[in-house]
Structures are given as C-alpha cells and as structure tokens.
Design a protein around this ligand. Structure first.
Ligand code: ZN
Length: 131
C-alpha cells in the first residue's frame, strides 16, 4: 500500500514524521514486513535520528551547513546548490522493519523529513509491504 502525506516546512529544519509512518503501517494492516519512506524532492531528505533532545535537530542543520557551505563558485542558477548537496548526502529514503504491526525503531529514534530549502509545501510517500 502506498500512502502520501503533505507538510508545510520551515526554511531549514527537521520535521518529525514518525507518527505519520506509524499511522500508515497501522492502516495497511501489515504485521511483518518493511516500509520505505521516500522524499520526492531534490532539496529535502529523509533521515532517522534522535527524538529526545531537540538540540540534535538544530545541531544537525548547523553541522550540514558547515559541511556543505553555499560557495560563490557554484554555477546552478537557482542558487541552492548547498541544499542539493545536503539532499543527496542525507538521502531520499529510509527503510524501516515492521514487526508486530509496528515500525521497529530504537527508543531514541524518530523519522524526520529534512528541509534544506524552504519554506515550501512538500510531500513524502510511505510504501508498506509485507503480510
Ligand atoms: Zn536547485
């Protein structure tokens, strides 16, 4: 089953989407399987990271800004090459194991939609497979 979700994002930041993924898995009725969370945008990404200390989200964005600075030599006319680099570095998808009808996540893990060039209206997909 394929689920589509929409969200409004900040200029840059991590938006937690764990509850949406849990909802998709629950609605699919799949007990044992896998789900793929996919971002169809080239300046955003999906990741799994800590959901306890909110400072991790801002440090994540700050660290990526240091690693992928917006440099004058970039040629892409839209002016958001740093966001494109971050998107590919973090990745467009995450795959999560489903067991007992729930996504298998560590105690401190959350699933995040990462915005690198917002604010925008975005969407992501959750494909649930299994029995
Ligand atoms: Zn661009």
């Amino acid at each position: 089953m394929l689920f589509t979700f929409q969200l409004s994002t900040p200029s840059q930041g991590l938006v937690e989407i764990t509850s949406e993924v849990r909802e998709a898995v629950r609605e699919s009725g799949v007990n044992e399987g896998i789900c793929v969370v996919f971002c169809p945008h080239t300046t955003a990404a999906i990741t799994i990271n800590e959901n306890a200390d909110p400072d991790v989200k801002s440090d994540f964005i700050m660290g990526l800004a240091k690693t992928f600075p917006d440099i004058p030599a970039f040629r892409h006319a839209e002016g958001n090459s740093d966001a494109h680099l971050k998107s590919s570095a973090v990745g467009a998808s995450e795959m999560v194991i489903i067991t007992g009808g729930k996504p298998l996540l560590g105690t401190w893990q959350g699933i995040y939609f990462c915005e690198f060039d917002g604010p925008r209206e975005r969407r992501f997909y959750v494909k649930v497979m299994g029995d």
